[in-house]
Design a protein. Sequence first.
Lengths: 115, 505
Amino acid sequence: MRNPLLLILIAMLLLTGCDNMRPEPVESNLTNLSVEALILRLDNALQRLEYQQGEVGANLGRVGMRMELRTVQSSLEQLGYFNGPRLGILDDKTVDAIDRYLENRTSLLQESLSQ
Amino acid sequence: MHSLLTRIIAFATLLGLSTQSFAQGSGLDETISRIFEPIANPIVNVIFYSVPIAGVQFPLIVGWLVICGLVATLFFKFIQFRGFKHAIDLVRGRYSKPGDAGEVSHFQALTTALSGTVGLGNIAGVAVAVSIGGAGATFWMILAGLLGMASKFTECILGQKYRNELPDGKVSGGPMYYLERGLREERNLGGLGKFFAIVFAICCIGGALGGGNMFQANQAYSQIVNVTGGAESFWVGKGWLFGLLMAVVVGSVIIGGIKSIGRVTEKLIPTMAGIYFIAGMVIIGANIDMVGWAFGEIFRGAFTGEGVVGGVLGALIQGFRRAAFSNEAGIGSAAIAHSAARTSEPVSEGFVALLEPFIDTVVICTMTALVIIISGALLTDLTGVELTSAAYATVLPWFPIVLAVAVVLFALSTMFAWSYYGLKSWTYLVGEGKSKENAYNFVFCLFIIIGASMSLGPVIDFSDSMLFAMAIPNIIGIYLLLPVVKREVNKYWAKIESGEIERVK
């Protein structure tokens, strides 16, 4: 009790060792979008981000722009190109996923329209 | 009464006509966004000028706020912890004397200021923070709340010390006054003080229109759409109509002064905050076995950043940013409300004010974050009020409807408080006068319609930028006037110790 900071640090360490109790994801309308809708979302978000060759022209210091990047990550995840945390950070994994998506975008769209 | 009614009808007609002129084309919401975004974007990019640090774009303005909290904390030797009990005693009226100058009691000033801080920032802002900063953003939010207590302590003392007491008993105070008078009297920097005061007043009007208005309207509308059928709702694409209705309500209330705001908020806040708090506690109680895990996620996320390069800094930015948006420490807005408190001791108001970031950020924001984390809603790609609503619905399926009512009330009460802050800045710039005040009130109500019509991203960017811009002149003033505050605090403690200030209850 004489050193509350020490107690907090010990509690933090103990808590980080808790069993993995990650809950089941909640269903939302955004998780059941069609491929066309996802492509549209991605195109709009990438346009707003001014994405070009692994870089964005928009200021990612803005919350709105990080939210756009998170939308990109989420859409890519639903299309099967991304499986990292959706934090709106442009890391190598995200750039790789975007580039792979852009390579396959036309065929992906044709495929979904033909179904 | 008749003239008031006539004024409200005229006001509603004027607002209606101004939106009608837009409404000719289809997609009025889109039209408003298209017009407003290109105007707002350059301002937002300047305020959020960012530098790349550890793989993340770090907005310098966030660092500006963090450093202020840190400096105030160290300068006053952790006053937020040392003075906490004294602050509670002051709010309970144990040191209040009936004859003290000012318009409202310590408790009323606290609730007026809280109406500007406890609101959508706690409900929707936290959801934004954890959705893009991860669970770890909560840790940084709490830390920002604790540091913010010292910033708010400082600015509210200055607000009280340099307030203007008018012959009719009304008072006007806030950063405009302490920047001008304080810098002139204490530092012989009258010209610079006047310049900062004008800059602050301009920014404060922007802050009132952005964070205190557009963000509130936007998220209230979002939740109404959410509970009335989502994508199938009647309200989809009719943000302007929702905004118009809210504008009429706000317009009819903001004609009153601080006393009416004090009365309205004093009645609304305990109910709104109570419902939201109890529901949050019920959800946490229902998932009590997961609370330890949730805190583990918070600590882990704060220091590992979910394993993403730049994740730690990304969480820190979001935590500090949303905390500042929510508790407004360092922004200067609360100093305006607290300057109206009935007290002859400026320092006592500083102690009352330091409770706000604690209640707002450390308690309520943390509770919201915990509910979101343990509910599993964080794993969806929802954000803003929709995320919080989904999280609450996991245990209380009917709660989104209650939340919609609460969100609308929170939004209204925040708008009332911020309209007052903006009005005080406006009258500082252009002088007092009914027609001048009405002109401001009309513009304020127009921005409700704009805020409700736009999507969350651009609204939050504009709101943040306007609000954080206020911190630039305000914090410079705080730094320059820190010795004055220290002198006042030392005198105050001496009076307490000598018994000159005594407990009356």
